[in-house]
Design a protein around this ligand. Structure first.
Ligand SMILES: Nc1ncnc2c1ncn2[C@@H]1O[C@H](COP(=O)(O)OP(=O)(O)OP(=O)(O)O)[C@@H](O)[C@H]1O
Ligand SMILES: [Mg+2]
Length: 222
């Protein structure tokens, strides 16, 4: 399996540079309030939300900030695989217990300094309901106090309420699309679905763009 944490394994690559630029832009995207939480979403499956959110989280951690990556895709999340972690307990398990329990029981340290992951946990029958719960709102407030930055790996907007629910809880939203794969109309619909949160949309990341300079590492796209 390929190592997807490219900002760690290939810090000088074009894609790592691009992720760093996105990090900087996000840091400057709010003048009055420090950005503390970011939702990564997209229109459909496979555009690169998990890849981007993992690398963005690692990139923030490289600046010395204490970062948490939350896998809120409780249907088919895979951050535990990306980071080689146990998924026996995670977000879903945390949301059905008392929040008084130590968060450290669910949140795992990673091999990347300053970077922690809350994996999806056991697949629940009602992911949207769990995300819409008061407990999830309380949890997001607690996490923002505990960490300098919280990054949420979301689910596609198309047909599911999950990312719309999460959009309400974060400071900024990043929409990922895939070069030559995401139809413009679909991207526009995604943006329309997030209309209520227009001020929070930090931008669109065009992922999977082939780069002529990139041919040596051609298993990665810019
Ligand atoms: N820039 C990139 N370079 C190389 N591979 C990439 C890139 N972006 C994504 N991928 C690969 O594409 C596949 C799909 O990406 P990913 O899982 O991040 O998509 P996703 O939007 O999270 O999908 P889902 O909605 O199913 O969770 C993965 O195998 C990932 O490693
Ligand atoms: Mg994903």
């Amino acid at each position: 399996m390929k190592n997807e944490l490219i900002v760690i394994s290939r810090p000088k690559s074009g894609i790592s540079e691009a992720i760093k630029t996105i990090r900087t832009n996000l840091q400057f995207s709010s003048i009055d309030h420090k950005v503390k939480s970011i939702l990564v979403t997209s229109s459909f499956s496979g555009e690169g939300k998990s890849f981007i959110s993992a690398n963005l989280a690692a990139s923030f951690a490289q600046t010395g900030s204490k970062v948490l990556l939350v896998d809120c895709d409780m249907r088919r999340g895979r951050q535990h695989v990306v980071f080689g972690l146990n998924n026996e307990k995670g977000l879903s398990n945390l949301l059905i217990t008392s929040l008084d329990k130590k968060l450290g029981y669910y949140i795992q340290r990673t091999k990347v300094d300053n970077l922690y992951v809350l994996p999806m946990g056991v697949v629940p029958p009602n992911p949207s309901e769990l995300l819409a719960s008061d407990k999830n709102k309380q949890l997001s407030e607690i996490l923002e106090k505990e960490f300098d930055m919280v990054i949420y790996d979301g689910v596609p907007i198309g047909g599911l309420p999950d990312s719309i629910i999460m959009a309400d809880l974060v400071d900024k939203i990043v929409i990922v699309c895939a070069y030559k794969q995401t139809p413009m109309e679909m991207l526009q619909n995604t943006k329309k679905s997030l209309d209520k949160f227009n001020d929070k949309i930090a931008g669109v990341i065009v992922n999977k763009m082939p780069s002529s300079k990139n041919h040596y590492y051609n298993n990665y796209y810019n």
